[in-house]
Design a protein. Structure first.
Ligand code: ZN
Length: 505
């Protein structure tokens, strides 16, 4: 149910009874299982209790998804003399305020959720055919065999997806440079590629950053049937896999990207889109590397050139203006960036790039964790179902399938598994020189660089001095495990005069 729908239901409910709406509170993207006080909307409700007669929510789970938190809310409402209601009638003025009653209502809610979910699965299973009637995701083509339509790898397009993923993850390429490169090579973007494959006329479309991003981060690249959650647009950012009766994503084709690559790509894309909307800050070398020593907030680059000369700065936004939380903290960008570059190259410039290889078995830890979580959810739900009913039988079937899978995975995990860091010919110095600003930024973050910047001391000269910045590297796993790199970093740390500190963000 969308927020809009919930609000409409509640307003109509109140209007029917001639009540005046004092205030409307919403919790967006906050777990209903969180503590009441940790939810902004719910904090508002708690604060408004004393002035109200009724609190109304669309459904009971909008109040809380945890019995304990709901009990606390009921208690607070009782003390304030306020009645909690739901527009769906689950909670009415006649409801007994006893906890037993509340828990019974919760159990009912759970049962309904499961019924809806099972029904939903049936519906989506029926929808497979019709979805396949649409366009195949980029990287796939539709083939018909037996009575159905199936996705198969489109080798030409899949190779492009895999190449871009690899360059993005392992070589620090950016979406914009990749899109430009694809256009220069005359590679057709998804819609035109499909048109050409079907023997239709192409329209001269070109790759954009968004097209490429959507291809790379969509769960469709894993071979999963996808859908947008209710109320969300059907864009790659929102797509989630449809789960089958076995609790697993519903697979409709082979994978173009394996689980680890896909997860990493998504992580890289999301971490780089931090600060979107302020594109200037998004291109800063020291974004989420430089922090204010006064308040630990990230410092943002303010671009400024006068007569062709660069006067850009890094600024802590918490220390700006007369209402700032602390003294202003502004530092010359070029000076700080040069200092960090030198420090990085001194510590890591001659260190070889390391990539991790896993041999002797599959790395199944992540899959085991996911399966255990899924089992946990299902068994929790089972307790609330009427024993022997059809819903319970379905859940029991899902649990059995997942337990079988878990046993297989644990069997695989017990086989010898060796992780090895492969030393590449290239050094981190080579990488630094080959990468653009965004690529260098991720390189700095890879080695756990933290630059802590002190405000200018009162009375000090206003030119840039290096003693304002403390640079530390914590390093990723390979660095901590590599004696040579550790030694070099230790030398660098001494030269910087700073002690090694853990990453703060
Ligand atoms: Zn600050």
């Amino acid at each position: 149910m969308t927020l809009e729908t919930q609000r409409r239901l509640c307003v109509a409910f109140a209007a029917d009874r001639g009540w005046r709406v004092l205030d409307v509170f919403e919790d967006v993207d906050v777990s209903g299982a969180a503590r009441l006080e940790d939810r902004p909307g719910m904090s508002g409700v708690l604060g408004a209790l004393s002035g109200a007669d009724y609190v109304l929510a669309a459904k009971q789970d909008r109040y809380a998804r945890s019995v304990l938190e709901f009990a606390r809310l009921s208690e607070a409402a009782k003390t304030a003399g306020v009645t909690l209601l739901t527009a769906d009638g689950h909670l009415s003025p006649d409801s007994s305020p006893f906890l037993a009653q509340v828990m019974a209502a919760f159990a009912e809610q759970e049962r309904e959720t499961i019924r809806t979910r099972i029904q939903g699965n049936k519906n989506t299973l029926r929808e497979v055919g019709s979805w396949l009637g649409g366009l195949a995701p980029y990287g796939y083509k539709i083939v018909r065999r037996d009575k159905g339509a199936y996705l198969e790898i489109d080798p030409e397009a899949a190779a492009i997806v895999r190449e871009c993923a690899d360059r993005l993850v392992r070589h620090g390429a950016t979406l914009s440079s990749l899109a430009r490169d694809l256009n220069e090579r005359g590679i057709l973007p998804p819609a035109d590629h499909a048109r050409k494959r079907d023997g239709r006329e192409t329209r001269g479309a070109r790759w954009s950053m968004t097209t490429l991003r959507d291809v790379l981060i969509s769960p469709a690249a894993r071979g999963y049937l996808c859908k947008a959650p209710e109320g969300k647009p059907r864009t790659a950012l929102h797509l989630v896999p449809v789960l089958g009766a076995d609790g697993e994503p519903h697979r409709v084709g082979p994978e173009v990207l394996d689980a680890d690559t896909w997860t990493t790509v998504r992580h890289v894309v999301e971490s780089r889109s931090v600060g979107r909307g302020s594109t200037r800050a998004g291109r800063a070398l020291l974004l989420h590397v430089a922090y204010c020593a006064e308040c630990d907030a990230p410092m943002y680059r303010q671009r400024r050139t006068v007569n062709g000369k660069d006067y850009s700065t890094y600024v802590c936004t918490k220390g700006v203006g007369e209402h700032g939380e602390h003294v202003s903290n502004i530092v010359q960008a070029s000076g700080l960036e040069d200092q960090v570059e030198e420090s990085f190259l001194r510590a890591f410039g001659r260190v070889h790039l390391m990539t991790e290889a896993v041999t002797g078995g599959r790395d199944v830890a992540r899959e085991i964790r996911e399966t255990e979580e899924a089992l946990d959810n299902l068994t929790g739900n089972l307790a609330a179902l009427p024993a022997g009913g059809r819903a319970a039988q379905t859940v029991v079937g899902q649990i059995a399938a997942l337990e079988q899978k878990l046993a297989t995975l644990q069997g695989e995990a017990e086989r010898p598994l060796t992780r090895a860091w492969i030393r590449e010919e290239k050094t981190l110095g080579d990488e630094w020189r080959a990468r653009d600003t965004v690529g260098r930024n991720s390189l700095l973050r890879d080695v756990g660089t933290v630059v802590s910047v002190e405000p200018l001391q009162p009375g000090a000269e206003r030119r840039f001095t290096r003693d304002r910045a403390t640079i530390t590297f914590t390093g990723p796993a390979w660095y901590r495990e590599d004696p040579e790199a550790a030694e070099l970093a230790a030398i660098a740390a001494v030269e910087e005069g700073g002690e090694s500190r853990g990453p703060r963000h």
